[in-house]
Design a protein around this ligand. Sequence first.
Ligand SMILES: C[S@@+](CC[C@H](N)C(=O)[O-])C[C@H]1O[C@@H](n2cnc3c(N)ncnc32)[C@H](O)[C@@H]1O
Length: 199
Amino acid sequence: MSTSTLSTTHYSNDEIYDSQLSPRMKKLSRIHWSPVDVIMASAAFLSDKPNSKIIDIGSGIGKFCITAAQRYPDCDFYGIEQRRDLHEIALMSRKNSPSELNIHFMHGNFTELDFSNYNGLYFFNSFAENLYTYGRIDNSIQYSASLYNYYANIFYKILDNKPSGTRLVTYHGSDAEIPADYQLIEASFNQYLKMYIKE
Ligand SMILES: C[S@@+](CC[C@H](N)C(=O)[O-])C[C@H]1O[C@@H](n2cnc3c(N)ncnc32)[C@H](O)[C@@H]1O
């Protein structure tokens, strides 16, 4: 598929998005990369005002940021990803995107990031890979239940420190890991997609 074809269509559904991926990345798609419909619903909630800064925690191949940024050009979408190969795929996809300027990818662990700049957060259960052996992305990192708890605690503290009005979307997340002052506004996609605003 040519870049010009991609730039007009590759955000509109999962099949078309997947068609640009390598066989390995395509195989991971169903379990690990957010569906386009979920991204569109999430981005509509998170991009409620112009100049919003939205971060995807564990951004993988960048599908959330790239898809959302085209639909909401007046907001900025950031992704942080621990795996270098996935980060590099995200950078390549960004190059093919017409909305390159409002997409920002960082390579690293979310534990090292300053979250004060962001008023919207997207979280597709990124730490779950520490709990389940099925369908893992690769064996390049150590997995453990204690690492899951460590990350979940840090994520909780990040949310706790955010100001009132912060918007949060979780996909396949757990309410127990969200501070109580995040008010649930909407649940959809069989209750897997949840949207919150901090009181
Ligand atoms: C379920 S995938 C979601 C990808 C993307 N957010 C999406 O919705 O398409 C979770 C991603 O989080 C990344 N991840 C897990 N723990 C992380 C950490 N501590 N810091 C940064 N990235 C992490 C994984 O490498 C994986 O790419």
